[in-house]
Design a protein around this ligand. Sequence first.
Ligand SMILES: Cc1cc2nc3c(=O)[nH]c(=O)nc-3n(C[C@H](O)[C@H](O)[C@H](O)COP(=O)(O)O)c2cc1C
Length: 245
Amino acid sequence: MNTTTELMRSHSSVRQFENKPIDTALLNELVACGQAASSSSFIQAYSVIRVVDREKRKLLAQAAGNQGYVEQAAEFLVICADLKRIAYCCEKVDAGDLEGWTEHFMAATIDAALMAQNLMLAAESVDLGGVFIGGIRNDLQTVSKCLELPDLVYPAFGLCLGWPVKRNDVKPRFPVAAILHQDTYDIAQIADHVDRYDTTMSDYYASRQFSSKATDWSQQAARAIQGKTRDYMLDFIQQQGFLLK
Ligand SMILES: Cc1cc2nc3c(=O)[nH]c(=O)nc-3n(C[C@H](O)[C@H](O)[C@H](O)COP(=O)(O)O)c2cc1C
């Protein structure tokens, strides 16, 4: 369609980076692009922690399940859902405490994710590459302590950014017909779409240039979702002042 849509459709996560920095002015511009995303009621409920300290990087790489690129990437950003500023503004205008409503948790989480994806896309538009790091949620106590996060802030995921050594093949997504429903949710087509997509993905995994393997989407996705329950999460999120009611 156009260069923007081509860029979007060429996304693949990058996990190997050149040993070359990202200019600070460029990084600031990328964050500004992230901030240009829409925001629920314009509350802008996010913060980004840029981690430059080498010891902290090492600790975070370990906390994320020993993901070496957290250390090696030119930049590692921790994307936080952040209600701290909005709590201050409520106090400032005498609008009461936030009280930990589930709706506010969702608004902050969605804001943070939209901002981060805009940031990633901006980075890809200047030939940088990156990968989001949900692995930091393996150990959010360690991450929060390391970054000295206050209440009303939680680290949603990380983002490695750098100049790519290699780019992975683009992973085929579900056909649009599986995702785009009309008027009502079409439950009848799920099995058919998943079965056909499993064939697409098993062909893709078998034939891809790097790390080919015999698997399909169902096997991968089921293992991923069932292997990541992170059963401490509700306690941690509540400790930070979210999801109290
Ligand atoms: C919120 C989020 C967390 C992720 N966490 C990790 C991670 O911890 N480690 C990793 O290698 N990839 C991670 N990824 C990248 C996904 O594995 C990747 O986006 C997915 O396999 C699709 O591949 P693609 O991005 O190359 O198209 C994460 C992606 C998202 C959106």
